[in-house]
Ligand binder design. Structure first.
Ligand code: ADP
Length: 254
């Protein structure tokens, strides 16, 4: 099996390649769109209709290259102290209204605060991607759950030992095979039809989390469902410590 660092290097390489291709394509698409606009002033009737289709397709292609550029973007994200439970609760409320009636979204933030070091917009992006994937995995409906807790990572864990915030996004969907699980963070890896999946959602999520010094792992069982587990570094501000029960404390409060 591939080591974590070999995998990180391979994903970074793929990201660089994707970014380069996206950049060149974006320039070519700008030319196509420009000439389509010039032509639109000269043609009418059937021709104008065909031209509008060319324009629409080029527009869609441009939004795809835009996503790619975002994924491959090299500038570091600005991080700040963000209260994770507030982000999860607000995103949960918004997503539960857009996710469709057959799917129940359950939000279980731990009682208290968990300040983390992250970027608010990027955290929203992570939640959106994971919840949309969960929805896609539950065509006949089901439950998606967002939960948070304080976690203690020991010496042989995926990150340096210490306390972290853990965010879990789980669903009661189709689950995935070991082959899919091994590849799901790769850019362009998708099992969805071409007009639905880009294969960029989870590679973007992975990139965002690695960048802030966190970790994402996945547990999945075909026919049962999938759980994504994300570790994020705590803000460690003595004036604003996490107030959720710690991993060693009794959750019932005895
Ligand atoms: P996309 O959603 O565009 O396919 P992603 O990178 O977000 O791209 O996901 C890659 C693949 O991982 C999906 O096509 C799907 O096969 C699998 N996957 C992701 N999330 C889930 C989930 N919650 N349940 C089952 N399979 C999933």
């Amino acid at each position: 099996r591939e080591t974590e660092s070999a995998r990180a290097a391979r994903l970074a390489g793929l990201g660089q390649l994707a970014g380069g291709i996206a950049h060149d394509f974006n320039n070519l698409l700008a030319i196509i769109l420009n000439y389509a606009d010039f032509l639109a002033e000269e043609v009418s009737g059937e021709g104008a209709h065909d031209l509008a289709r060319i324009r629409d397709a080029a527009d869609r292609a441009r939004s795809l290259t835009g996503q790619l550029l975002l994924f491959a973007k090299r500038e570091p994200t600005q991080v700040a102290v963000v209260e994770l439970n507030e982000v999860v609760t607000e995103a949960g409320e918004l997503l539960s209204r857009t996710i469709g009636a057959q799917i129940e979204l359950v939000c279980r933030p731990c009682a208290g605060r968990i300040p983390v070091l992250a970027n608010r917009g990027r955290l929203d992006q992570i939640l959106l991607n994971l919840v949309i994937n969960a929805r896609d995995a539950m065509p006949d409906g089901g439950v998606v759950m967002l939960a948070t807790e304080l976690a203690e990572i020991c010496a042989d864990g995926p990150l340096p030992p210490g306390r972290y915030a853990r965010l879990e996004v789980s669903d009661t969907g189709t689950g995935m095979t070991a082959e899919v699980r091994d590849r799901l963070f790769e850019p362009f890896f998708t099992t969805k039809p071409a007009d639905r999946g880009t294969g960029l959602g989870l590679s973007t999520v992975h990139g965002i989390i690695e960048e802030v010094g966190g970790h994402i792992g996945v547990d999945s069982t075909p026919g049962i469902g999938t759980t994504f587990r994300i570790l994020l570094p705590l803000a460690n501000d003595p004036a604003d410590p996490p107030t959720c029960p710690g991993p060693d404390e009794d959750h019932l409060g005895h």
